[in-house]
Design a protein. Structure first.
Length: 537
């Protein structure tokens, strides 16, 4: 549970980056990214180069103008002026990056409307009480995210119907908690259909819906398979037919318990009076490359719903959803396909031919050694002892040149300074670049680490096992030669992977063009001069 500490509303005019992060309800890394990405972000007006300060008025105006200020009214404090977190928890808001659980919690909370209480259909003294329910028995990140939007009036309930494994759920209920619990207990009548043993997530959805009074809204995270599995078709159809299901939002991978987990958010609303049979809004964000780009502020969602292109969002008539197996995957209804004509495909094909020729000519050929190399080795622990490298925790922000030990058995990589460096890292090795070549360290470390078993579920070496790994003891110049070769091969591998993906896309486009009549199966002869001319262009 959150604790509350009374604090004054008097706020300083000068804000540090950490204070801006707390004000906006984001991590400090987000503020750093804003400064880099947006030229109109307020300039420092004081402080030092290491810790600059900014004008509160300018920052608040910028947050409002860019739609990033939706949480300003409640971020970090309640309506009575009390902060939502105690001192230790407040420091935690400076975390440079959000975990998948924290990010999912913020997204769920941001989709809940704040004005439900104003829509109450009857005269009542009941005050809106957001209810947080979670299969695991209560999620601190979810509670904090909801408290940041709704203030201190938050009720938590931990339930796990039929062993549900769904993600965290948040419900703003117009019922007092006791009445809401009684309504949820009555949910075993299964308003939309009796779930089977394989329908645990659909049982969970109905349990959450049971908390709602008329016009109450629930946001439920379910796995993507729940949107289309055959055994849940009748319950999905009942949710659609009743007008209860309002939105389905497909999230990018990496927001669940593993990097490959695919989640969707279902937004449910209990009708008051005549059900609303408006179309179901399908939003497909599964193609977003970085989960942190998914909106987690209400105003940004509203803008996306209003201005989204047809390749991202589409309102689907309920009768269309009910035709067949009631597949609720947004990708089934929101199709992003750009039609290409014959000349477009021919041009891309010619460029691919040039690239394949260039890569073939650029494949490296290394000489065999005059005699088998016999290198002595040194452990990572010894290198750490003499200061040639330092092992840091996953919370360390990687710098270019650091060696990153990653989860899920993936090989170590050398950090480039990009945002992608921070994903899936278990340990960071800071290398003294004057004494060690990071590519030499990463490649030989991978070779030795592959011989060691991993005992944990996320497939990473423990720190003790990492320290026992060995690499050859070589002078800096020789390390550099190995490192340059390793780097060349890694870059070639990445280029080939990108080329393979581009080639697959061209093939898909060509197949599609053949099926719709843009191309004919008549093959044209390959003109070798096309490669030369294209290369010159």
């Amino acid at each position: 549970m959150c604790t509350f500490v009374a604090m004054s509303f008097d706020e300083p005019d000068a804000l540090t980056a950490a204070a801006i992060a707390r004000l906006a309800g984001v991590g400090r890394a987000a503020v750093s990214n804003w400064r880099k990405r947006y030229p109109d972000f307020p300039q420092p007006n004081g402080g030092t180069s290491a810790s600059p300060t900014f004008s509160r008025a300018e920052v608040e105006a910028w947050l409002t103008a860019t739609g990033k200020a939706e949480q300003l009214a409640t971020a970090g404090r309640t309506d009575t002026g009390t902060h939502l977190l105690n001192a230790q928890e407040a420091e935690a808001t400076d975390e440079p990056r959000l975990s998948p659980e924290q990010l999912l919690a913020r997204i769920i909370a941001s989709l809940l409307p704040r004005a439900i209480a104003a829509e109450q259909p009857m005269n009542t003294r009941d005050v809106e009480v957001p209810v947080v329910i979670d299969p695991a028995g209560g999620s601190a990140p979810l509670l904090e995210a909801v408290a940041a939007r709704f203030g201190e009036r938050v009720h938590t309930v931990g339930r796990s119907p039929l062993g549900a494994a769904a993600g965290a759920v948040c419900v703003p209920s117009l019922d007092p908690p006791k009445q809401a619990s009684e309504r949820a207990d009555a949910g075993t009548s299964w308003e939309f259909g009796v779930p089977t043993s394989r329908d645990s997530e659909l049982a969970w959805v109905q349990q959450c819906y049971a908390y709602l009074r008329p016009r109450g809204v629930a946001v439920v995270a379910v796995s993507a398979r729940t949107c289309f599995q055959a055994w849940g078709q009748q319950i999905r159809a009942a949710l659609v037919r009743s007008g209860v299901l309002r939105d389905v939002i497909a999230l990018p991978k990496g927001m669940g318990p593993s990097p490959d987990t695919e989640l969707c958010l279902w937004v449910l609303r209990r009708p008051y009076g005549t059900p609303d049979y408006a179309p179901v809004r399908m939003v497909n964000l599964s193609g977003v490359s970085d989960p942190r780009d998914v909106p987690y502020q209400r105003a940004v969602w509203q803008q996306l719903f209003t201005d989204a292109s047809p390749e991202i969002s589409r309102s689907v008539a309920r009768v269309e959803l009910l035709d067949g197996d009631t597949n609720l995957l947004p990708s089934r209804h929101v199709v992003a396909r750009v039609e290409a004509d014959a000349e477009d495909i021919a041009g891309v094909t010619r460029r691919l031919q040039v690239l394949y020729t260039q890569i073939g000519q650029g494949l490296p050929r290394f000489a065999a050694p005059d005699s088998p190399p016999r290198h002595s080795t040194v452990t990572i622990a010894e290198l750490e002892r003499v200061g040639a490298l330092t092992i840091r925790t996953r919370e360390t922000i990687p710098r270019a040149g650091d060696v990153l030990i990653r989860t899920l058995g993936r090989p170590p990589i050398v950090a480039t300074g990009a945002r992608s460096d921070e994903v899936g890292v278990s340990q960071v090795i800071e290398v003294d670049l004057a004494r060690m070549d990071p590519y030499f360290v990463a490649t030989f470390l991978q070779a030795d680490a592959n011989t060691l078993p991993t005992s944990n579920t996320i497939g990473v070496l423990s720190r003790d096992d990492l320290r026992r790994c060995r690499i050859p003891r070589l002078p800096s110049a020789e390390q550099g030669r190995y490192g340059a070769a390793f780097r060349q091969l890694l870059e070639l591998r990445d280029a080939l992977s990108a080329l393979a993906a581009a080639s697959a896309n061209v093939i898909d486009q060509t197949l599609h063009a053949l099926t719709i009549g843009v191309l004919t199966p008549k093959l044209l002869p390959i003109n070798k001069t096309d490669n030369i001319n294209s290369n010159r262009r």
